[in-house]
Design a protein around this ligand. Structure first.
Ligand code: FAD
Length: 519
């Protein structure tokens, strides 16, 4: 992936692309891959870095949604369970089987959830990840020794998928490029071009160089998550609100709070939701919340009450109750939920399914859905658009398309496992060019990963490297601030920037990191 080459190619191209996708999150990336894999020409533009928005801030679950089953949304669960299986098949280096335990403190919990979760297993059919089973008190404590034991009578174990969201996004962008598509980060859509009342292109600004240009496309796809209404207003200034913004927060804790490879699922919180505590890169991710927000923003901030709610709820189940001092990182994400026909304040009751709307001028907008269903959303978008006669007719071929880095049976104890087949390249680069030194001992990051991110993964800022290529900002925000100068210096030497650039980068990063640090 070479940004400069792709920009030149867009500038030189006087033809009209088949598709222009606005937004480089899960939805946009899934759509652009669907188009590129079928042989269409496609350009994806992202105003910041790939997955900078919601798509790097999920709970990291590849799941059918046990909660949606309880709500009776069977079509959504069936779709997500199938996609869960496909994601694991197509990117086994990033998606793994995760065992969850629902701890039981009442007589009815074990039979109730064993029956419900057996249904969940049956719905996943051939793509099931394993059987749900009731566990005794002894077995439950063996799997999660940190649980409160008073009145504990056992638990129910079930399986779902778990992944690295931002790394998946980067690998999707690489797969799009390998299929002939173009993906540009730091390229913001500032306006739409219309010809005879139809949207025929976009005006974009390169956020790094300040240059502006126009790109023409037969179909324009608005996949900007919580920002879709801004783009819709460029098309129809009086367009109705199509998205509801709901914030969800996660806290990252030390692994000691859940030391084995079992995740905890708390099925009934005081606000009627579920809470997860999931092992992730040697830490525990705990969340989430559901708070309606008026406005969309790229760096949403966790509210004190959301932080307290997560700590309190986790503390009701864990023998050692976590406090603010234990939080290594806190991050907030905004759900782009399809707005219900009649406004509702209860976002947990708004369907998590996706919604597609095509405007009179022909621009398609997609919202809702989940990371897990990104591929199906892309397939639905392209199928809808190629109904128009000026497209060649094709069928989807992404169900079994391997994602960049595809590697089976990775060693999860290897700090570089999530690179899949790229791991060897990083090790060779480290040895050949003497980038073997450690950048962070606790986060197990070496210099070669920074260089690799710049050369092959289009990282342009230290935040790109620390937040989305290595995930360190999400895992340990203070440690990330400590290593920021080292990362800036490595990037500056690779990109040819001066010390002023380094200083500015570190200052900007420190400002962003403040939101992730609690103590
Ligand atoms: C707290 C939380 C937990 C979640 N957990 C899970 C989970 O465990 N599993 C799961 O499957 N799903 C989960 N989800 C849902 C999932 O994360 C989202 O559905 C998905 O990431 C949305 O992706 P998106 O591409 O639509 O939006 P985004 O990821 O926000 O992408 C939209 C992009 O558009 C870009 N953009 C905006 N305006 C412009 C412009 N003018 N020009 C160019 N680009 C622009 C933005 O910068 C942004 O990067 C969770 C969501 C939240 C909030």
């Amino acid at each position: 992936m070479n940004r400069e080459e792709m920009i030149n190619s867009v500038n030189l191209n006087k033809d009209t692309y088949d598709f222009i996708v606005i937004g480089g999150g899960a939805t946009g990336l899934g759509t652009a891959l669907e188009a590129a894999a079928r042989g269409y020409s496609v350009v994806l533009v992202e105003q910041n870095d790939f997955t900078k928005g919601t798509s790097s801030r999920s709970t990291k679950l590849v799941h059918g949604g046990v909660r949606y089953l309880a709500q009776g949304d069977l079509p959504l669960v069936l779709e997500a369970l199938r996609e869960r299986g496909l994601m694991k098949q197509n990117a086994p280096h990033l998606v793994k089987d995760q065992k969850f335990i629902i701890p039981s403190y009442s007589w009815w919990v074990k039979p109730y959830y064993t029956v419900g979760l057996t249904m969940y297993d049956l719905l996943s059919g051939r793509l099931s990840l394993g059987r749900s089973l009731p566990y005794s008190r002894k077995k439950t404590i063996k799997c999660i020794p940190t649980l409160k034991t008073k009145n504990l009578n056992g638990g129910v174990v079930y399986h779902d998928g778990q992944f690295d969201d931002a790394r998946f996004g980067i690998n999707l962008a690489q797969t799009i490029v390998e299929k002939g598509g173009i993906c540009l980060n730091y390229t913001k859509v500032t306006g739409l071009i219309k010809t005879n009342s139809k949207v025929t292109g976009v005006r974009v600004k390169d956020e790094l160089s300040g240059k502006e240009t126009e790109i023409r496309g037969k179909a324009i796809i608005n996949a900007t998550g919580v920002f879709i209404d801004n783009i819709r207003k460029m098309d129809e200034p009086k367009a109705d609100k199509m998205v509801c913004v709901s914030q969800g927060v996660h806290l990252v804790l030390d692994k000691k709070f859940c030391p084995n490879d079992y995740a905890i699922m708390i099925p009934q919180t005081s606000d009627g939701r579920v809470l997860f505590a999931v092992p992730w890169h040697d830490k525990i991710v705990v969340g989430t919340t559901d708070v309606m927000k008026e406005d969309a923003e790229l760096e949403p901030k966790a509210l004190d009450e959301e932080i307290d709610f997560i700590l309190e709820t986790a503390g009701r189940y864990l023998a050692e109750e976590p406090t603010r001092a234990d939080v290594k990182s806190v991050f907030a994400g905004l759900r782009p939920l399809a707005a219900p026909e009649k406004g509702s304040k209860k976002t947990k009751e708004i369907s998590r399914g996706h919604k597609i709307v095509v405007s009179e001028a022909g621009m398609l907008t997609i919202t809702g859905g989940k990371w897990t269903t990104y591929r199906q959303m892309g397939e639905d978008v392209i199928n809808r658009l190629i109904k128009k006669s000026d497209f060649k007719q094709t069928k989807s071929n992404t169900r079994h398309l391997r994602i960049h880095g595809y590697k089976k049976n990775v060693d999860l104890n290897d700090p570089l496992y999530f690179y899949g087949t790229d791991k060897e390249g990083i090790e060779t680069l480290a040895k050949k060019e003497k980038y073997t030194a450690s950048v962070s001992k606790s986060l197990k990051i070496i210099e070669a990963q920074v260089i690799w991110a710049v050369r092959y993964e289009m990282a342009k800022t230290i935040e790109d490297v620390l937040a989305r290529r290595t995930r360190s900002l999400f895992l340990d925000a203070k440690e990330s601030v400590a290593i920021a100068p080292k990362v800036a210096s490595l990037m500056a030497s690779e990109l040819g920037h001066d010390s002023a650039w380094e200083a500015a980068q570190v200052a900007t990063f420190k400002e962003i990191a403040k939101n992730y640090i609690l103590n």
